[in-house]
Design a protein around this ligand. Structure first.
Ligand SMILES: Nc1nc2c(ncn2[C@@H]2O[C@H](COP(=O)(O)OP(=O)(O)O)[C@@H](O)[C@H]2O)c(=O)[nH]1
Ligand SMILES: [Mg+2]
Length: 329
């Protein structure tokens, strides 16, 4: 058995090794991912996002307990250096488990949120794929709700869970930008604190205003993650959303959205890498920068010139249909 076969058989060490390759941008990662890909698409991905300290890790931990109780295997990807799963980004290359450390059906991976070749969302996506190929049925992805990468991560999940806490009015405003509209489920965690009702009502108001309607009415849950309260209902809500997606065209739309996002991300990464290499090798790029700095060339003319230099003139010949030239099976 080689490493890919071992991953497919659910071997934790092999999966962890492939994930490290992914994080380090190694060539081995790509060949492993190519072979793993046909075995992906079975796991249900739940993105969990919200401000730091809102209780995401605690919720993920409790939800894991609940899904295990329901007999499902669980993968966890924590994109958060302060996550208690890892104790910090230093341990990001290790497999660490806390409460669930003895349960073989749970796999936890913490990711450093810096220094990813090709971007955090692409790397996270690849790690999710490895878990999917391992056969994890539920894959929980925790990420702090700030930054384009983080939003991209939850946007490509099947279900997006947005976590808020009471008493932080500004907080709602902060997570509103970018995050509120992608939430399928909302959680008011720390419901033991003052102001839970108000936060609940605020979120309700925002949802009512901003929904254009795709058939799914976002739901709000109140939880006390530390006391394991409200978790059963939340897990049921997640499964309800899963059923909703599967009953309609929701799943295929999400899968398509994700495929598109992945393809663009890879394309951007590859193009930029190649463009940089080629420019540095032979286009007198530094001189061009000097000319712009000296106001002798404007940046728009310069970038047009760079594209021509790369063989991408303003009106290139039409492209062949990509599907006609790609090998498929
Ligand atoms: N009072 C209260 N504290 C909670 C609750 N859930 C989590 N916490 C605490 O909030 C802190 C941050 O939790 P954590 O899960 O690390 O938040 P994260 O940064 O969003 O992952 C921890 O000290 C938790 O014990 C809750 O329901 N009520
Ligand atoms: Mg956390």
């Amino acid at each position: 058995m080689d490493i890919v076969d071992k991953v497919l058989a659910g071997d934790v060490r092999s999966a962890a090794r492939v994930m490290t390759w992914v994080e380090n941008g190694m060539a081995e990662a790509v060949s492993a991912l190519k072979r793993l890909f046909p075995h992906t698409g079975r796991g249900f991905v739940v993105g969990v996002t919200g401000p730091p300290g809102s209780g995401k890790s605690t919720l993920v931990d409790r939800l894991t307990g609940e899904f295990r109780r329901l007999g499902k295997t669980v993968g966890i990807v924590a994109v958060d250096p302060s996550s208690p799963f890892s104790g910090g980004a230093i341990l990001a290359d290790r497999v660490r488990m806390q409460r669930h450390s003895l349960d073989e059906e749970i796999f936890i991976r913490s990711m450093a949120n810096r220094g990813h070749l090709g971007g955090l969302s692409r790397t996270t996506n690849d790690v999710v794929d490895v878990m999917d190929a391992m056969g994890k049925e539920i894959i929980l992805v925790e990420t702090v709700g700030v930054g384009q990468d983080e939003i991209e991560i939850v946007r490509t999940a099947h279900t997006c869970l947005v976590v808020a806490v009471p008493g932080l009015g500004d907080d709602i405003q902060a997570i509103k930008a970018g995050i509120m509209e992608i939430g399928d489920l909302f959680v008011v965690n720390k419901a033991d604190r003052d102001g839970a009702e108000r936060t609940y009502a605020e979120i309700e108001g925002i949802i009512r205003q901003s929904r254009t309607g795709r058939g799914w009415r976002p739901r709000i849950f109140k939880t006390m993650a530390v006391k394991n309260e409200g978790i059963e209902e939340l897990a049921r809500g997640i499964q309800e959303h899963q059923r909703f997606l599967e009953a309609g065209s929701g799943t295929s739309r999400k899968v398509r959205d994700r495929s598109e996002a992945v393809l663009w991300a890879l394309l951007e990464e590859r193009l930029l890498t190649r463009v940089r290499e080629r420019i540095v090798a032979g286009c007198a790029f530094d001189e061009l920068v000097d000319l712009i700095a000296a106001r002798r060339v404007d940046p728009y003319t310069a970038v047009e010139q760079v594209l021509v230099c790369l063989g991408l003139p303003p009106e290139p010949a039409p492209l062949p249909r990509l599907t006609d030239i790609l090998p498929t099976d």
